[in-house]
Design a protein around this ligand. Structure first.
Ligand code: GAR
Length: 196
């Protein structure tokens, strides 16, 4: 079995989309894959309840309890790697996980670590993406699924979706439009990786 571990910090709607798609599209039978755990760095992340309700083991690892970024990442790695199976290492999926990862962590999961970012990368890496897109007068916005490399919000692009910027849009209305597309492209990109 290929275990997928999903890291979240908040609402977890992308995580939920992946869990729902895995069930609907029979990833266990088709790809021998399942979502084995959802881990959050925040105890109050809304997505944890969804995971529990769907019978997925959850864990909380509070980054504030660690003296350094390296110490947190080492503990996180140990938690994740419990889900390696003898034949297959974990596929690690970042879904709204709002932490900068250390180079050692990223190297450990090289080629099997994905992220979704709410912009058309390489434009607008970092925070406040939709407001920056509005301020720049962009006519289109979107989301990107990519393999994670040491540089923040960079790495080989696996999937993108484009949405129009509409008159009167605020950062919130634009983010909501982008999010509906995220829920389509992220499960699709993960399924493609599982077929490799
Ligand atoms: C999503 O829009 C995701 O693209 C973004 O956070 C949101 C999480 O929503 N991620 C980043 O900004 C990472 N740089 P969710 O918790 O409902 O999936």
């Amino acid at each position: 079995m290929k275990n997928i571990v999903i890291l979240i910090s908040g609402g977890g709607s992308n995580m939920a989309a992946i869990v729902n798609t895995a069930k609907r599209d029979h990833w266990a039978e088709k790809y021998g894959a399942r979502v084995a755990a959802v881990i959050s760095n925040k105890a109050d992340a809304g997505g944890l309840a969804f995971a529990r309700e769907h019978g997925i083991p959850t864990a909380v690892l509070d980054h504030k309890a660690f003296a350094s970024r390296e110490a947190f990442d080492a503990a996180l790695m140990a938690l994740i790697d419990q889900h390696d199976t003898p034949d297959r290492p974990v596929l690690l999926v970042l879904a709204g996980f709002m932490r900068i990862l250390t180079p050692g962590f990223v190297a450990h999961y090289a080629g099997r670590l994905t992220n979704i970012h709410p912009s058309l990368l390489p434009a607008f890496a970092g925070l406040h993406t939709q407001q920056r897109a509005l301020d720049a007068g962009c006519k289109f916005a979107g989301a990107t699924v990519h393999l994670v490399t040491a540089e923040l919000d960079h790495g080989p692009i696996l999937a993108q979706a484009v949405v129009p910027v509409l008159p009167g849009d605020t950062a919130d209305t634009l983010a909501a439009r982008v999010l509906t597309q995220e829920h389509l492209i992220y499960p699709r990109a993960v399924a493609q990786l599982l077929q490799k």
